[in-house]
Design a protein. Sequence first.
Length: 598
Amino acid sequence: MAPQLPAGTLRAAGSRVLRQAVRQHPFLVLLFTVVTGVGAVTTVLMPRVVAAAIDAATTGTNVTGALAQLAALLAIATAASALDDLIGSYYGTMLTAGFRHRLLGRALALGVPGLRRFPAGDLLSRITVNAGTPAMVLPMLLSATATLSVTLGAVVSLALIDLRLAVTLLLGVPPSVALLRLFVATAAQPFVRYQELLAAITTRLLDAHRGVRTIRAGGTAEREIGRILQPVPELHEVGRQGWVVQGRASWQLALLVPVVQLLVLSVGGYALVAGQITAGQLVAAASYAGLALGSMGLLDTLVSLLSCQVGAGRVGEVLEAVPAAPAPASPVAVPPGYGRLELRNISVRMDDRPVLDHLYLAVPAGRSVAIVGRSGTGKSVLVSLIGRLADPDEGQVLLDGVPVAEIEPAALRRTVTYAFERPALLGATIHDMIAYGRPAASRAEVEAAAAVAQADRFIRLLPKGYDTPLAQAPMSGGEMQRLGLARAILARARVIVLDDATSSLDTATEAKVARALARVLAGRTSVVVAHRAMTAARADLVAWLDGGRVRALAPHSALWSDPGYRAVFGAADDTGAGEIAVRDVSGMPAALQVGVRR
């Protein structure tokens, strides 16, 4: 769950997003405003025209003209209402689509660190639910403005009929304003907390859905249900607090409105008996009193606006988040070279815990290096820095002598490609998934990459081969990994990073893939996160991570005699593990040197 912001901070972020929303699509905003204004004017004029029709019918003078005016006003009001609904729907759809697009773009720009700040379930809630709230604010603001305009028009109209009517009505304004201000002050925090708890439940539910097989295998369904629903009691209590605040304000306003309306009608009745106003004017006064007191019913609009502000604040949190790996101010092109990598003085902290601690590592161009270490030593963190999926807290990563933080991001993505343990199935078909990084690749190129990854055979057994929709292609973990490898191979990148990308393959298939990769990747740099000894043995060099640093950089055969190294693969106890001396011949940090002597 994303860190909780104070209600005031979240509402401030929401206000900024709402101001952006109102400034978008200015022509539609102007048209929407004009149509709403026409509706407000017809609402104010309607009681006066009705009163004129009643008086005309009573006196028998100019009845036809009065009815014609009433009919024309009704037609204008109907047209304005229809246009208001049409423009509002179109405007809301455009605005919601725009914010969802921006949220998706920002989520991708935040990269891997963004997943820790905004978990998948929380982000899904923001994109699906909260992204629509900014589109609601303009219609509600225009509606509230129209209501207040109608109130002002009604008060003026009452004054024109009889000044005493307007004065009586205005007696109810101070208490109603005080009630609304109190509601806004007390309802903000419950609204914010309610949104946060809903997002927490969504996040837990999504996590459980992903791990449904583990839950079933462990027989922990009831425990998991309890974990998902754990926030529900607090959600209930916060929701109850919100309803109590709203309910208290509602009944107080509901009591105030008829009292004021009764006073206005009493004064109007006295004026009618005294012959100071006509029957039609009394009817108009009753209508105007109702219209004016309608502003006291703005409580529901305030509730909706407050909800919009909170929802927009959750949108603003994502849009205003600064990527951990921001785009370079003056990006440079990918330097010429063959994929030489250097990691200098790299430090990475996660949750105030050092994962990598002043690490040095050099990967020669065109060579393969296996990253080896016990669980939690930062292997995946290290390789994520190479293609700038994340940035280190300290230090530099260089590609052929140029810091990757200075290289134009799109060019860097074409130069460094990844295959992961759990590849994302992106695209409509198998072909699209493999060609995701190179959508212009031909079918022959896609098939050749699949053949190297040992995926061509099982793909051709699918109902439509390479044109089989991903949703209709049930695959094992190993088959998905082979598709991920094919996608990385097709990219033809200078550097390929395999982050445990063959862990689900059986030994025989992994050996075939390794032999094919060795041919295809000849002359290219490859970095492999290895959990199997045989995977490490195939690499030219092994970088052994221990304690956040490179303990040794040497061939697998040179390291295997060390019990501590064998223990990484569960092959031996590391008790009494000997230290490996790494030659230092250039004055560079020892971990940068290649070669080991005992």
